[in-house]
Design a protein around this ligand. Structure first.
Ligand code: 13P
Length: 339
């Protein structure tokens, strides 16, 4: 492989105990939804302002080692006339890019989904790399129903993730591999365990078939949780089920597991991460975050689209990042909230 040294350097810059990834790669419809909740219109300028506010938060680099950006953000500037990727790296936050083109129904497989974007991926990655991106992210999505995801759906999705990851490594970008089993529905935690285990097995088989170097990738999985419409589970239960699945499926060669928050509240996502780190202190991987909503939510509400609230929003983001940093060390307590 041509870019091994480059990929190793990116892993070193991204994988450190106590630091994690901020996902700020919402697609146009998703960011519009997030902005609508605070009554802000999703214009190009508002998106630029928000993402440069995030990335220029003083001190954020103490807790955050990577940021996932959306395509349009790569060549946008901060008020200080740096590009957003340059501003990130000024705080030793590695800039990365979401490269999938979203999900569609998997043909002839009712209920299963599949993500698009492989055609021309190598050429797109070269252009993103020129704009400063050093890692990429691709998300496959699995819904839970009685007969969904199907075995065939699980295999098709794994194949996509593995092909994407191989192209990334060949082009010198570290792949974040994201198979997300959604928490929508009324299934219990046992069902989420069962599906997540099948999904992870298929993903790592496919990565192996496609010669992906496990040391040079990052896994971004869901935590194992009961469905949103089922009773809640304690952080200890979430940690125990999540670690069980990961230990059964993820080789020790993978350096880092960066969880998505997936609709948990900010506090739940931090509390569950803390329990995972306490119960998994002997795990072979770094157990950390790649949160979108659970890092940005409080900051968005502090901002409300008003430039006068910039510092308050940055404070809110920094506080969320700090609490998650403590959770990565297993030192977080719910009583620390609101302090
Ligand atoms: P959430 O943490 O909001 O689930 O977002 C992470 C992400 O990048 C989903 O692809």
């Amino acid at each position: 492989m041509q870019y091994t040294v480059e990929l190793e350097a990116t892993i070193q810059d991204m994988v450190q105990k106590g630091r994690g990834v901020l996902a700020a790669d919402e697609s146009a419809p998703t960011i519009a939804k997030r902005f609508k909740a605070i009554d802000v219109e999703s214009t190009e300028e508002n998106r630029r302002y928000w993402r440069s506010l995030l990335v220029t938060t003083p001190g954020l680099g103490d807790y955050i080692s990577g940021i996932i950006l959306f395509e349009e953000t790569l060549d946008q500037n901060t008020e200080q006339r740096q590009t957003i990727p340059e501003a990130a790296w000024a705080q030793k936050i590695v800039p990365g890019i979401k490269v999938d083109k979203g999900k569609i129904p998997l043909a002839l497989s009712p209920g299963d989904l599949i993500t698009q974007g492989l055609d021309g991926l190598a050429q797109r990655l070269q252009a993103y790399k020129d704009q400063g991106a050093r890692f990429a992210k691709w998300r496959e999505v699995y819904t839970i129903e009685k007969h969904v995801p199907s075995l065939h759906g699980i295999e098709a999705n794994a194949e996509m993730l593995a092909r994407y990851a191989a192209v990334c490594q060949e082009e010198g970008l570290v792949p974040i591999v994201e198979p997300e089993v959604l928490m929508d529905g009324d299934h219990d935690i046992a069902r989420h365990t069962e599906v997540t285990e099948k999904v992870q097995h298929a993903v790592f088989h496919a990565l192996h078939r496609h010669n992906v170097v496990l040391e040079l990738m990052i896994l971004k999985p869901n935590m194992v949780l009961p469905g949103k419409d089922c009773r809640r589970a304690s952080p200890e239960e979430v940690a125990s089920e999540t670690l069980k699945v990961l230990r059964r499926t993820v080789p020790a060669a993978v350096p880092s597991i960066n969880f998505l928050s997936g609709g948990q509240t900010s506090e739940e996502a931090t509390d569950n991460l803390n329990a995972i780190n306490q119960a998994g202190s002997d795990a072979p991987w770094c157990l950390t975050i790649s949160y979108g909503r659970a890092l940005q939510q409080s900051a968005l509400h502090a901002w409300e689209g008003n430039a006068d609230n910039k510092e308050a929003a940055q404070q809110a983001l920094l506080e969320r990042a700090r609490l998650n940093h403590l959770a990565m060390l297993g030192e977080y307590k719910p009583e620390m909230e609101g302090g």
